[in-house]
Design a protein around this ligand. Structure first.
Ligand code: CMP
Length: 136
């Protein structure tokens, strides 16, 4: 089934010059991009995007990081795109992420972990509507 999912190339990915490398991995898998936008977000959007994490002890640091500089918001489209992107991204913690995945190959961090992707059809719909209301 063709799906859309919301992907963020986080400020560490942009600052490290990894945008092309990461987007190429999605393209190589056969996925495509329905929308792409480079932007620096404010705390309000961070709070909405990460609503389920707001009570976590790590949230203040995550909020500061995700608002710290430009990120690339992308709507990725393709066959089983939600699962496909999460498989390509790898586990949240770069140390535990398998080699061959984006995080496994490109970061040792569990917080500055380069990418975010929607984890279900429900979160994809919510996140796409939040980041790209013109697509919802
Ligand atoms: P993401 O997929 O964007 O979803 C929530 C984010 O919280 C996650 O990637 C990490 O960037 C961050 N995160 C998750 N767990 C931790 C943790 N234990 N410490 C710091 N940051 C975390």
């Amino acid at each position: 089934m063709t799906q859309r999912t919301l992907v963020l190339l986080k400020p560490d990915a942009v600052a490290r010059g990894l945008v092309g490398t990461i987007l190429a991995r999605y393209e190589a898998k056969g996925l495509s991009f329905a929308a792409v936008d480079l932007r620096t977000i404010d705390g309000e959007l961070a709070d909405q995007h990460y609503a389920e994490h707001r009570e976590q002890p790590f949230y203040p640091g995550l909020r500061a990081f995700i608002t710290s500089g430009p990120l690339l918001a992308v709507v990725v489209e393709g066959e089983s795109a939600i699962a496909a992107v999460r498989a390509l991204n790898g586990a949240t913690d770069g140390i535990k992420a398998a080699p061959g995945t984006i995080r496994g190959d490109l970061t040792t961090s569990g917080s500055r972990n380069l990418v975010h992707a929607s984890d279900s059809p429900q979160s994809a719909a919510r996140e796409i509507a939040l980041w790209f209301p013109e697509l919802a």
